[in-house]
Ligand binder design. Structure first.
Ligand SMILES: NC(=O)c1ccc[n+]([C@@H]2O[C@H](COP(=O)([O-])OP(=O)(O)OC[C@H]3O[C@@H](n4cnc5c(N)ncnc54)[C@H](OP(=O)(O)O)[C@@H]3O)[C@@H](O)[C@H]2O)c1
Length: 255
């Protein structure tokens, strides 16, 4: 199978790394010459990577074509390509309505939208796709987990959830700096927090669906330190700020 990428940026680098690490999932990966540095790095790392001369060459050479460009240039780039009828096309372009994408493609293709995350590189991604598609789900399952969304609403909501990555690292970063300023070596603070958050995520994954507010209550001993942080965070508007930020992203995604 040949997989092509129009747009060789951060997410293409992660996907190609995942696709060609371990047992390769493609016989050939064709990438666009932009970004030149990332394309050259991928070609150096993986002999199965070929850098195309232009975007049309990628469309023509691919059994699965991935559109991985920024939303701002998507219309211009996609409209400039001639797609093959029936071709499998995956768009990872954020916040771009499916109907508009189909209009720009201008051909009856098998179009799936996806939200791959950087950890697909190490086969630990969780990728929302819409609509359900067994071929595309199989690809992303090999790169971690695929979540097939039955409705656009579900897909949009997972897109909102995926916008929490920078804030997650922000919370870790802020706490690490605070601990370091109080005298803990920064590396120890960082390692401790990474293990703490990994343990908490594992607890949720193994909890057999126990409601999260129950877990929160379980971890917030009456009169204890966890309860103090939770009450303080909520009282100072932390939860309200988070909720408003999620609403804002949803408004943006829905246009
Ligand atoms: N990064 C993530 O975690 C992530 C996750 C899910 C979805 N996405 C979505 O995936 C898309 C790509 O994101 P990204 O983070 O990979 O962005 P990025 O790093 O900016 O990559 C986009 C690439 O497109 C290239 N490009 C610009 N004009 C082009 C053209 N005419 N033809 C072909 N390639 C062109 C750029 O090359 P130059 O550098 O030469 O300009 C750049 O390398 C976005 O829509 C983003 O929202 C990203």
């Amino acid at each position: 199978m040949r997989i092509g990428f129009v747009g060789t940026g951060a997410i293409t680098e992660a996907m190609v790394t995942g696709i060609l690490s371990g047992t390769p999932l493609a016989s050939e990966v064709v990438v666009s010459p932009r970004n030149a540095e990332i394309a050259a790095r991928l070609a150096r790392m993986f002999p199965a990577v070929r850098i195309a001369g232009d975007n049309q060459e990628i469309v023509d050479a691919s059994d699965i074509l991935v559109l991985a460009i920024r939303p701002q240039i998507a219309e211009e780039v996609v409209k400039g390509l001639r797609f093959v009828a029936g071709q499998t096309v995956i768009s990872v372009i954020a916040a771009t309505d499916r109907d508009r994408l189909k209009e720009w493609v201008g051909q009856e293709v098998d179009l799936t939208q996806a939200i791959p995350l950087p950890f697909v590189a190490s086969h630990e991604g969780v990728t929302a796709i819409y609509p359900p598609n067994s071929k595309v789900a199989s690809l992303f399952s090999s790169l971690g987990t695929a979540v097939q969304c039955g409705t656009r609403e579900e897909y949009d909501l997972l897109a909102v959830a995926s916008a929490l990555m920078a804030t997650y690292f922000g919370i870790m970063g802020r706490t690490t700096s605070w601990l370091a300023a109080k005298g803990l070596p920064e590396d120890s603070a960082r390692d401790y927090l990474a293990a703490l958050f990994a343990g908490l995520s594992q607890t949720v994954l193994r909890s057999n669906g126990i409601p999260l507010n129950e877990l929160s209550a379980e971890f917030a001993t009456k009169g204890g330190l966890n309860e103090q942080v939770l009450v303080d965070f909520e009282g100072r508007g932390g939860i309200a700020a988070l909720t408003e930020a999620l609403e804002g992203v949803l408004r943006r995604i829905r246009g």
